[in-house]
Ligand binder design. Sequence first.
Ligand SMILES: C[S@@+](CC[C@H](N)C(=O)[O-])C[C@H]1O[C@@H](n2cnc3c(N)ncnc32)[C@H](O)[C@@H]1O
Length: 317
Amino acid sequence: MSEIKIIDMKPETGEFKKEIIEGLKKNPKEINPKFFYDEKGSMLFEKITETKEYYPTRTERKILEDNIGEICTYFKEGSALFEYGSGGSKKTQIILNHCKQIKAYVPMDISISALQYSSHNIAAMYPSLNVVPMCVDYTKPFKIPFLDLEGNIIAIFLGSSIGNFEPETTSRFLQTCTEMLGPEDGVLVGVDLKKDKQVLEKAYNDSESITAEFNLNLIDRINREFRLNLDKSDFKHVAFYNEKKGRIEMHIEAGRDIILDLDGNKILLKKGERIHTENSYKYDIDEFTSLAVKNHLKVRKIWKDNNNYFALFLIGI
Ligand SMILES: C[S@@+](CC[C@H](N)C(=O)[O-])C[C@H]1O[C@@H](n2cnc3c(N)ncnc32)[C@H](O)[C@@H]1O
């Protein structure tokens, strides 16, 4: 097997400490969800996708499987598949198994460990595919690699990661994605739909507490990077659906008064105070469509499951 070279833009060099200090100085305190994904966080996310309560992954996989024939028609001969937040590149394999006209795959992720694992795996499974992994923060400007393609580019953004953006940022992000595209190209986005509050809340409070471990892994990461010794049992995972805002919110709650010494920046976390660690916006089909259309993007096709739990939007320019 040929050696896969990761284009490493070192997205987190110096960023973690700076952003943690800035976020914890805010009121209310917050941490960007992109920091969940160190090696352990990436591994825990994969475990979350296997819990019985976490419907998004299996629903999105089923939508892909049920519609793969039609999805493949959007890839021309000699095309490239780009993937934002590729993680384990598992659902990607449904596309690569069926769409043989794809000649290049560009997984993009902030987690170098996830990229190392998944790009070697994909290269071994599809020996004739040109695999060009990029370690990047996709919320910041970056250049895509030159691939000398015969065909078009379809970018995929799966796992409802789009829901981590505020609605205004969502349209800006989609615009940035489509700016790199031509008339034959598109972005396939996985969108988690609004549904029964209980179903939503269970998905983020699984009975094996893996989501709790994923959330509290941030405390381990803070300990490691700031050389602290915080006791994880002093913190609690909190996740609930904020109906008014249409989003799941995840927080870390302090069980007692705690002073964090972040490289000399002393931050008091009061008992019961929360650090906001993630928003996951849920949309109606119409809401997401109008978000795209308002920003002059074309919704070319929507695929969804029978329960209306999840949808895949193919967006062009
Ligand atoms: C919710 S997981 C989804 C993984 C996979 N696409 C799936 O559907 O199962 C989000 C992925 O995006 C990556 N990620 C999160 N924020 C990112 C950022 N700002 N830039 C690049 N990758 C990011 C994480 O490392 C993780 O692999």
